[in-house]
Design a protein. Structure first.
Length: 474
């Protein structure tokens, strides 16, 4: 297979559904090491949503945000375990899109894959805007759009070169984020015991100011919905596994170690925040601060705001880098399976460079729309991606139900990672997703997002099904 050919046989022909087919990722460059995969798994989900966006969720749920993050974290753990099982059995850069195609049909792979690509590209634009706003506050003379263009050029360059460059960038970005969270947890625990020259708060902030659930179940629901989407990003590690030195062992280890660490980081940091600072503190919803900075400033720690602003900046750049990578690999995989224009899937030097350029350009167009059409087209983009991650998780769960039975029957040796208590916990996860969909429909603030995301999903499904039927007639 030439270096300018399409992706891989694992991506190109999954629909036959035979688990004994060889998994070949030779056309992509296997430049990622285990340390890269481990940090991609950790760093992919640690973004500005945790550092800044969590403040709004705390304001809605109060101290019960800890319960909200624990519930949504449990759901994410189940989803990642299912995805890890399939990714270890079928390493492919198309990840869940390939699994959906194997299990359900080409239309499902088309729908899940292009919906996820759309989500990542819009997210690239949003992260670029956030990072540019911070950079502009430091250097006001440079306009925000120019900062975004600079970031796009840097990360496009990173992603069109060897995959190991992406891996190194993401390794150090993720390391800084993890170190920042660990440091925050250590400082928080010391402050809880009054060891930083402060008075130990005890349970005052957890039970006072209206109690553990000051806004009742409605507040808990609002916090739950916010926390579910904060976990999005873990899927990138199973995409990256196809380009690692040992795909099966790599994804198995990354999934196993990442899940409990992320739960600790999210649930642990939320517990520290609500224990140290009153949930009603206005600083929590300040977009220039967020929950981490607000907590550190509440403790009167010097330079806390500056340090955390740098961490948030790095988190945004890291997410841009990872999302350009994930979008390009998903697009390349889809095209390799006949689900898009062939030129996008061409591999040059072990990298789908045209897919990288397409994903970055789409992301930059989203940024321009935020300036040109902020009140209509850009808002439509934001609402459309609101529930896409739930759609992806739904396809993952259904695919795992089908492929697990097939694997046990035809190739049990591929089950390197196994879903816990199959099939019961898979059904529990599906039920949990259904509950989240219902809750989104009930809440005025999320109902429109559900409708827009549902509309995009239906359109993609119809197009994918029509393409499938047309291919079957040929």
């Amino acid at each position: 297979m030439s270096r300018t050919s399409t992706q891989s046989s694992a991506d190109a022909q999954p629909s036959a559904g035979r688990p004994d087919q060889p998994v070949d990722t030779s056309s992509l460059s296997p430049g990622l090491k285990q340390r890269h995969l481990s940090m991609i798994a950790l760093g992919g989900v640690i973004g500005a949503g945790l550092f800044v966006g969590s403040g709004t969720a705390i304001a809605a749920a109060g101290p019960s945000i800890v319960l909200a993050y624990a519930i949504s974290g449990a759901l994410v753990m189940l989803v990642m375990r299912m995805l890890g099982e399939m990714a270890a059995a079928y390493p492919a850069s198309g990840s869940f899109s390939v699994h959906s195609e194997r299990a359900i049909g080409p239309w499902a792979g088309f729908t899940a894959g292009w919906a996820f690509w759309f989500l990542l590209c819009v997210a690239v634009g949003l992260e670029g805007i956030g990072a540019a706003q911070i950079a502009h506050s430091w250097v006001p003379g440079v306009p925000e759009w120019l900062w975004v263009a600079l970031f796009m050029l840097v990360f496009t360059g990173t992603n069109v070169s060897a995959v190991k460059n992406f891996g190194e960038f993401e390794f150090w970005f993720a390391t800084l984020k993890v170190v920042a969270i660990v440091a925050f947890l250590v400082i928080g625990v010391l402050a809880l015991f009054g060891l930083l020259g402060n008075d130990a708060p005890g349970t005052e902030n957890l039970t006072g100011h209206g109690g553990f659930m000051p806004n009742g179940t409605e507040g808990l629901i609002a916090g739950l919905l916010a926390s579910v989407f904060a976990y999005g990003g873990l899927e990138t590690v199973t995409i990256a596994a196809a380009e690692s030195e040992h795909p099966v062992q790599g994804v198995a280890k990354a999934v196993r170690t990442a899940m409990w660490r992320i739960a600790l980081f999210y649930v642990g940091s939320m517990a520290v925040v609500v224990a140290l600072i009153p949930w009603s503190d206005k600083a929590l919803v300040d977009p220039d601060k967020g929950s981490y900075v607000a907590t550190l400033e509440h403790l009167d720690l010097p330079a806390a705001g500056v340090i955390m602003k740098i961490v948030v900046f790095v988190a945004l750049l890291s997410a841009m880098n990872a999302n350009i990578y994930g979008a390009s690999r998903m697009a390349g995989s889809l095209v390799a399976r006949g689900q898009g224009p062939k030129v996008i899937g061409r591999i040059h030097g072990g990298v789908p460079r045209i897919a990288v350029l397409l994903s970055a350009v789409f992301g930059f167009v989203c940024v321009l729309l935020s300036y040109w059409r902020p009140d209509d087209i850009f808002q439509w983009l934001l609402k459309t991606i609101g529930a896409i991650i739930l759609v992806v998780w739904f396809f993952i769960a259904v695919s795992q139900l089908i492929l697990r039975r097939r694997l046990e029957r035809e190739a049990p040796e591929r089950l390197v990672v196994k879903m816990w208590a199959y099939p019961y916990l898979t059904w529990v996860a599906l039920a949990g997703m259904a509950v989240v969909f219902v809750l989104m429909a009930r809440e005025e603030g999320t109902r429109e997002q559900l409708y827009y995301a549902g509309g995009l999903t239906v359109i993609l499904a119809v197009v994918g099904y029509a393409r499938q039927k047309l291919a079957e007639r040929k």
